[in-house]
Design a protein around this ligand. Structure first.
Ligand code: SP5
Ligand code: ZN
Length: 317
């Protein structure tokens, strides 16, 4: 397996988010990616490479030019200790801008695109350790710790070569990714997530959302109750994997959040460290060329174990 990582993410370091009117420590901390990469360095899972640099055009196929300009200009205009909760182009109060947000977000896209390029060149499994995450980022809105939609940009890139399925196993519904492909039949979006009636992003991810126009039937949402454990999760995953097998894609992108973990501080499923391996083995059994893109996961201390367990399920170690 190839692992794509750059420490450029660390310059995106907001000190806080606003939750219910109160400023709270930023859950999507740089230490998340640092703990994952350190655990992977200590394992034999794969070679770690730096992402290449890609043209902005790839981002602009998913995001509005004014939105991209806004993040670039507002990031650059901030001092090193300033934080901005913008009034434009935002879905919520979980995606503030700091000085390093734009360059970090661009490099996260580069990591996903590098992974996509490797997969297109025949690499069976690539893990892009993206930070900041991406699946909540919409065409012209940041939100939920996300700015540019790494997985959607990689999916659009790979869709030039063949059909792409996206399996989103983050705890939260990927509203941004769903939006990007809602009217397309060449990219299937399948998501398992907490019931949006009770958890973020609240307004999308209901089972009745199934696509529109050419995309009818190519969005599949599987909301699950709080407390969902390993066995219950794998039962629903089996259904999602059958959808993907039936679609018969050339490539699979896994939007991989570890916020389904039993001890995640802000979520509420019951997936265990060994459970991540079982989930990965089931996905791997599809036999598809697969790009894994990191999304959420907030139990910083245990993220390395989760990533090692999950990625191990793809290589049989
Ligand atoms: C990528 C991803 O997983 N984004 C998740 C965005 C959800 N953020 C909303 C939850 C904020 C909870 N903060 C809780 C503090 C409670 N004291
Ligand atoms: Zn999440």
């Amino acid at each position: 397996m190839i692992i794509v990582y750059t420490d450029a993410h660390a310059q995106h370091n907001p000190p806080e988010e606003i939750y219910d009117g109160t400023r709270e420590p930023y859950a999507e901390a740089a230490q998340r990616a640092e703990n994952i990469i350190s655990a992977l360095r200590d394992s034999n899972i794969g070679e770690i490479i730096e992402p290449e640099n890609y043209d902005l055009q790839h981002i602009l196929r998913i995001h509005q030019p004014e939105y991209v300009d806004f993040i670039r200009n507002r990031s650059a205009g901030l001092g090193k200790d300033e934080i901005l909760f913008p009034s434009y182009f935002m879905s919520d109060t979980y995606a503030p801008i700091v000085h390093g947000t734009y360059p970090a977000a661009v490099r996260a896209v580069d990591a996903a695109l590098s992974g996509a390029e490797k997969v297109a060149a025949g690499e069976p499994t690539v893990y892009a350790l993206c930070r900041p995450p991406g699946h909540h980022a919409e065409h012209n809105k940041m939100g939920g710790y996300c700015y540019f939609n790494n997985a959607a940009i990689a999916a659009d890139y790979l869709s030039e070569q063949g059909k792409v399925a996206i399996l989103d196993i983050d705890f939260h519904h990927g509203n941004g990714t769903q939006q990007a492909f809602y009217e397309r039949s060449d990219v299937l979006y399948v998501s398992l997530h907490a019931d949006p009636a009770v958890k973020y992003p609240y307004s999308t991810g209901f089972a009745r959302e199934q696509g529109a126009h050419d995309g009818v039937g190519y969005t599949k949402n599987y909301p699950l109750p709080l407390g969902t454990n390993d066995d219950q999760y794998v039962t629903q995953l089996t259904v999602a994997l059958a959808d993907i097998a039936q679609f018969d894609p050339a490539y699979l992108i896994v939007s991989c959040g570890f916020d389904t973990y039993v001890d995640d501080p802000i979520c509420g499923f019951g997936i265990t460290v060994p459970g991540y391996r079982v989930i990965a083995e089931q996905i791997h059994a599809l036999g598809l060329s697969t790009l894994i893109v990191q999304e959420g996961g907030y139990n910083i201390e245990h993220l390395g174990e989760m990533a090692t367990s999950f990625l191990g399920g793809f290589i049989g170690t």
